[in-house]
Design a protein around this ligand. Sequence first.
Ligand SMILES: [Zn+2]
Length: 274
Amino acid sequence: MNENVQNSFLVPPVGHPAARSNRDNSGQAARPASIENSLLAAIPRKEYRRLLAGLEPVTLIFGQVLYEPGETIRHVYFPNKSLVSLLTLADGHLALEVGLIGREGMVGIPLVLGHTVSSVRALVQGTGMAMRMAATQFQKEFRLSVPSQRALYRYIHTLMSQISQTAACNRFHVVEMRLARWLLMTHDRVKSDHFRMTHEFLAHMLGVRRVGVTKAAHALQKQKLIRYSRGDITILDRDGLVAAACECYEVVKDMHDGAPAEAAVPARALAVAT
Ligand SMILES: [Zn+2]
C-alpha cells in the first residue's frame, strides 16, 4: 500500500469535529445526526453501532494514493465529501479513470469479493473526510452483517455499471461530452458548485492530452455552462451541462439512484472520441 500522506494528516486531531462525530458524551459509540456516506446510512442502526467501533474518521488529501495495482488493501474507505478515482494503468505510466467514488460508495470493493489485492490505482481527487476501517476488521464485520452485505452487493452492481459505461464512453464519446459528464458526476458527489481541478489531472481522468482538455473546457465556458480559471471550476448552468454531456451520465446516475435505465446503450448519436 502506498499511502503517500503521513498519518498525521489522515487522522484528525482530538477535538476535530470529525473525530467527535461518532462519540457521545459518555464516550459510547453513537449514531451521528446525519451520516453523509449513503452506504453507511443504509445500514440499520444496530448494525451501524457495531461498525462504529472499527470506523475512524480521516481526511483524504488531493493526490493521495490509497492503493496501487497489485498492492494489498489495508483499509476500506467510505467517503463523505472526499472523492476517489479508480484508475487503470497501461504501459506502466498511462492512467485512465474507470470509476469515481464519493459519498454513494466505498473504496476497497475487492475485499467484499474475497480479494485482498487492488487491481487499480485509487487516487484521491477531492480533498475531504471519509470513514475508514482496517481490512481485517471489515472482512469480519462483513461476514456478520447481512444488511451490510445487501447494501454492498447492490453498490457493486452500480459500480460495475459505472465502470462498463465509462469504458464505452471513453471509446465513443468526444472529450467535450465526457468532460461535461465528469463535471456532473463530481458535482453530484461533492455537493458544491465550486471545486478545484488542474488541466493535468483532468487530462489523466479523461485519457486525453492537456490541449484536448483546454479545448473542451473553453467550449463549455463559451456556452456559459462553467467558469474555469487556473484549476478553479464553477458550475454555472447545471441543466445546460446535462444537455451538453453524453447520456452516459444519466445512465449511470439512474443506476445509482436505483431507477432502471431506459436504455443501456445511449441513444444519442455516438461521436468517435478524439
Ligand atoms: Zn459518454
